[in-house]
Design a protein around this ligand. Structure first.
Ligand SMILES: C=C1C[C@]23C[C@H]1CC[C@H]2[C@]1(C)CCC[C@@](C)(C(=O)O)[C@H]1[C@@H]3C(=O)O
Ligand SMILES: O=C(O)CCC(=O)C(=O)O
Ligand SMILES: [Fe+2]
Length: 383
């Protein structure tokens, strides 16, 4: 683990904040007007290795799952199992999320990121009574001072089973009445993604040989994080990342990337390109799911590269357990001395808190979190 990433207190994060023009005003116009990459965006050379090969991750057709074709479901589970044991990534087609809804989500994403920066900043950590939050960030420059990502993000955090009105109100109250339509679209997008996530949970359970409904029931009352990524063109794309190498701390990620491409996955000891498919959604195993499988399934190490020609966009839906729920694998995956517990119990709320206040998520977040848990809470030490 790189201990320089481990921050001992929230204050240190504030201390790292960039000053003056970087502080709150990095937006696409700032990034787009650069003729070279400012030093805060330069990533270490060891990380900047290129990917040359295309990932042949499995493409799973969910049509037969939704039709209840048992033989096909078992076959898909087998293919998914192999992918999750090696790199933690697969793609799905005929996934049931309406392509018009995905297009509408991109339409609103574009509209949002083309607003003047002062307007985008109105969505900085806005909150509704239901505790859903909306937050805009330009290159995370308010949180970090080096290895900045060449992107802007809009993050919607949705608590379990939100009422439509709460998400729509959040968009309206932070961005203005003109954003009602955007709120409705993102509410629907999250609903579509949630039902897909529960279907995928069923196949994952089958693939692990645990009770078919185990994970579906577990995530039924869970929340989610929806993120829009906007990656402006970059004058020297080989020096930086749109999103640096990391595993998602969340449970499952359902990602759509636009036709520009840039998502790369670390598999078989090398970085590999995930070619965009308009009709497909990329599914990545996150670290919380790794813990829920007692370390059986690999969380997917991935990154997003930028290019000098075209802005790139992606829509990311992160599946999370209910915040206070204990993250613990089913008994079937823990068997005495042969298969002891790989991680102690924790809650999603604590893990999320760690990533938002103490540690910048990277390739080792779960490992670092467990270490941090045991050092800050002796109860966890011998579990
Ligand atoms: C729990 C989370 C932390 C991040 C958002 C979600 C899932 C992925 C994480 C992230 C994308 C990993 C790379 C670093 C990060 C800061 C980013 O570049 O956006 C991460 C997210 C975050 O803390 O905002
Ligand atoms: O934009 C992408 O393709 C990847 C984004 C990502 O990994 C993330 O937001 O967690
Ligand atoms: Fe990610």
């Amino acid at each position: 683990m790189d201990s320089t990433h481990l921050l001992s207190s929230p204050l240190e994060i504030q201390d790292q904040t960039l000053v003056d023009h970087h502080n709150s005003s990095i937006g696409s116009s700032f990034l787009q007007n650069q003729t070279n990459v400012p030093k805060e965006f330069l990533w270490p050379k060891v990380d900047l290795v290129n990917a040359h090969q295309e990932l042949l991750e499995p493409l799973v057709d969910l049509e037969r799952f939704f039709r209840g074709d048992e033989l096909a479901i078992q076959q898909s589970a087998k293919v998914i199992r192999a992918a999750c044991l090696t790199h933690g990534c697969f793609q799905v087609i005929n996934h049931g999320v309406d392509s018009h809804l995905i297009n509408a989500a991109y339409y609103h994403l574009n509209r949002f990121f083309h607003l003047p920066l002062s307007h985008k900043l109105r969505a900085r950590r806005a909150t509704t009574a239901g505790l859903n939050t909306l937050s805009y960030s330009g290159a995370h420059s308010d949180r970090f001072s080096s290895n900045l990502p060449w992107k802007e993000t809009l993050t919607l955090r949705v608590h379990e089973n939100p009422k439509e009105s709460s998400v729509v109100d959040l968009f309206k109250s932070s961005l203005g009445d003109d954003f009602e339509e955007m709120g409705i679209t993102y509410q629907k997008y999250c609903e579509g993604m949630k039902s897909l996530a529960l279907a995928v949970m069923e196949i994952l359970a089958i693939s692990l040989g645990v009770d078919r409904l185990h994970y579906k029931n577990y995530f039924q009352d869970g929340g989610s994080i929806m993120r829009c990524n906007y990656y402006p063109p970059c004058p020297e794309p080989g020096l930086t990342f749109g999103t640096g190498p990391h595993c998602d701390a969340t449970s499952l990620t359902i990602l759509h990337q636009d036709e520009v491409g840039g998502l790369e996955i670390f598999a078989n000891n090398k970085w590999q390109i995930v070619r965009p498919r308009q009709d497909a959604l990329v599914i990545n195993i996150g670290e919380t799911f790794t813990a829920l499988t007692n370390g059986r399934y690999k969380s997917c190490l991935h990154r997003a590269v930028v290019n000098s020609e075209r802005a790139r966009k992606s829509l990311v839906y992160f599946v999370c357990p209910r915040e206070d729920k204990v993250v613990r694998p089913p008994e079937y995956l823990v068997q005495g001395d042969q298969l002891p517990r790989a991680y102690p119990d924790f809650t999603w709320s604590d893990f999320l808190h760690f990533t938002q206040n103490y540690y910048r998520a990277d390739a080792h977040t779960l490992h670092s979190f467990i270490k941090w848990l045991s050092s800050s809470n002796p109860i966890h030490q011998n579990r």
